[in-house]
Design a protein around this ligand. Structure first.
Ligand SMILES: [Zn+2]
Length: 103
C-alpha cells in the first residue's frame, strides 16, 4: 500500500480496524515518537485510544491484543519501546477517565 500522500500528516490512515478488547473502531494511528515518518508496519505495537489495550498490528494492519509473553519479550528486547507503550497506556487511561467524569 502507498502511504506517500499521507506523509504530510502526523496521523497515518490505517485500514478500518476494530479494537479486539472494546470494539472501538479506528482508522488512524499516531506515532508515539514525534517526527516518525513511517506508517505502522505489521508487528508494530499500538494501543487502543479508547480502552488503552496493548495492541499489535498484524498482516494488512489489522489489530489484535498483545499477549503477556509479547509484552515480556518487548521489555527484554526494547526497554525504551516498552516504557513508551506503558506511558502511552497511562495517558490514554487518564484521558478516558476524564471523559467519563464529564459525561
Ligand atoms: Zn479498545
Amino acid at each position: 500500500m502507498d502511504f506517500e500522500d499521507e506523509m504530510a500528516f502526523t496521523n497515518f490512515r490505517t485500514p478500518p480496524a476494530v479494537c479486539p478488547k472494546c470494539g472501538y473502531q479506528m482508522n488512524a494511528a499516531t506515532p508515539a515518537t514525534p517526527g516518525t515518518k513511517t506508517a505502522p508496519e505489521p508487528g508494530d505495537f499500538s494501543i487502543c485510544i479508547e480502552c488503552a489495550a496493548a495492541l499489535r498490528f498484524g498482516p494488512a494492519r489489522c489489530l489484535r491484543e498483545v499477549t503477556d509473553e509479547e509484552l515480556a519479550e518487548l521489555a527484554l528486547e526494547d526497554l525504551q519501546g516498552f516504557q513508551l507503550l506503558v506511558k502511552a497506556q497511562n495517558v490514554v487511561a487518564t484521558l478516558a477517565g476524564q471523559r467519563k467524569k464529564k459525561r
